[in-house]
Design a protein around this ligand. Structure first.
Ligand code: PSV
Ligand code: MN
Ligand code: MN
Length: 424
């Protein structure tokens, strides 16, 4: 199924008068509304291929029906999302969950839908059928050199797949760690990880980057070899200019000040980008902004301020991606909600009067500084997002259009009720 522009425009016409009232009212209040809208139009967030099916729990999956059965169908689903929100123009593949064997036709399908390929992800946290050696005790940090070699080769193979598709970044998340005190020598584990990553780094094409993700626990519950931003940053620094740290919002212990981490990584030119999601307890991978939208906004405030300070383009300066998936919502609806939440936080951050904020900081005017931040956060910016979507050819109300066009019902017709997507 595909959604064409005319269909979306027709539905938009009904919602337009009320949108126009809301937009005009807000636009009157904002000085630089045109600049903000242009920035919102340019801002896209990559969709992970593994979020297009219901998943997100290791205890059971309950397929929602019409899930993509192949890489082609995953790309088609991202095409649907992009046709509705005009903010999801790329897909991030996870290999070998996705095997892009026929790169030219995969690429052609994507570009026909206005999509390109974001970072490619390697997978050395599961054993695959026919794999020679097991990752039970780790991959890039394994005590056995042969296992490390196998994992290095897998990462190099992922780069090769990515090159064929036009990706320019490899994103590495390792489950490597230990479950019990004494199981590992921390220094050796770190050193072998570094040596393995150096081999992967050496295989990166000139214009490629390697993004190193960290996570404090799970599946290992005593130590994780790349457990926090310090360890990731240390590796990225030792590897070189093409390496940087990827921040997954769910990969922090509760109450961590993520915005401060982000600010300093950006200052050092070592912030690769984001995996957006939200969480109440741990790596919950819930819809972005559903639990703690204020934190998300504070992060975006640092991003906008930090990207501007480094003269980086907001849309392309770092990588933007969702990493969320769970089992009770329609995955496409969920992704539409996540993209909306990210763009709301971004738009609110664009409203912050950075000059006034700096002045308040220099005067130690704490109350004023807080007022400036909270004023922007408490502004309902949804009409700005809708206007940006409208101008880009998307839907004023993406989720409503998804439902009124009975997209899921159509996908079930096409693909069947009991389909299973590869992924978590
Ligand atoms: C692991 O928790 C993780 O969040 C990593 O970001 C991976 O990229 C993703 O899941 C899928 O492997
Ligand atoms: Mn992640
Ligand atoms: Mn995670």
């Amino acid at each position: 199924m595909q959604i064409n522009k005319e269909t979306v425009q027709n539905i938009n016409n009904d919602a337009f008068p009320s949108h126009q009232r809301r937009f005009n009212y807000l636009a009157d209040e904002i000085n630089n509304v045109e600049t903000i809208i242009q920035k919102l139009i340019a801002f896209n967030i990559a969709i992970p291929s593994w979020a297009l099916g219901t998943g997100g729990t290791r205890f059971g999956r309950f397929s929602g029906g019409g899930e993509p059965r192949s890489l082609e169908e995953k790309i088609e689903d991202v095409g649907l999302i992009h046709a509705l929100n005009r903010s999801s123009n790329s897909i991030s593949l996870h290999i070998p969950w996705d095997i892009p064997d026929n790169a030219p036709s995969i690429k052609a399908l994507a570009s026909q839908l206005g999509l390109h390929f974001d970072a490619v992800n390697s997978n050395t946290f599961q054993d695959q059928p026919n794999q020679a050696l097991s990752y039970k005790f780790g991959s890039l940090h394994h005590v056995d050199k042969a296992v490390r070699q196998q994992a290095v080769e897998h990462n190099i193979e992922v780069i090769k797949y990515g090159e064929e598709l036009g990706s320019t970044a490899l994103s590495v998340w390792l489950a490597d760690g230990s479950n019990f005190p004494g199981q590992l020598n921390f220094r050796n584990a770190f050193q072998t990880t570094l040596e393995s990553l150096q081999q992967v780094y050496a295989a990166l094409p000139d214009d490629w980057k390697i993004w190193i993700e960290y996570k404090p626990y799970e599946p290992n519950f005593y130590s994780t070899t790349i457990g926090d931003w310090g360890q990731s940053y240390l590796l990225a620094n030792k590897l070189g200019a093409k390496a940087s740290t990827l921040v997954d919002l769910g990969h922090h212990l509760p109450n961590t000040n993520i915005e401060q981490i982000v600010s300093l990584l950006l200052m050092e030119g070592k912030l690769a980008g984001f995996h957006f999601n939200d969480s109440k307890y741990g790596d919950d991978d819930l819809t972005v902004g559903c639990i703690n939208p204020y934190q998300l906004y504070l992060i975006f405030n640092e991003l906008v301020e930090g990207l501007d300070a480094r003269n980086l383009n907001h849309a392309t300066g770092i990588g933007w991606m969702i990493d969320a998936s769970h089992n009770v919502k329609d995955p496409v609806e969920d992704l539409l909600q996540s993209v909306e939440a990210i763009k709301i936080a971004y738009a609110q951050a664009l409203l912050v009067d950075q000059d006034k904020l700096k002045q308040a900081q220099l005067n130690n005017d704490v109350a004023r500084a807080q007022e400036i931040l909270q004023h922007a956060y408490r502004t309902d910016v949804r009409p700005l997002l809708a206007e940006a979507r409208l101008r880009a050819g998307g839907a004023l109300q993406p989720l409503e259009v998804f439902r009124s066009l009975k997209v899921r019902e159509n996908l079930i017709q096409e693909r069947g009720l009991k389909t299973v997507t590869t992924g978590l």
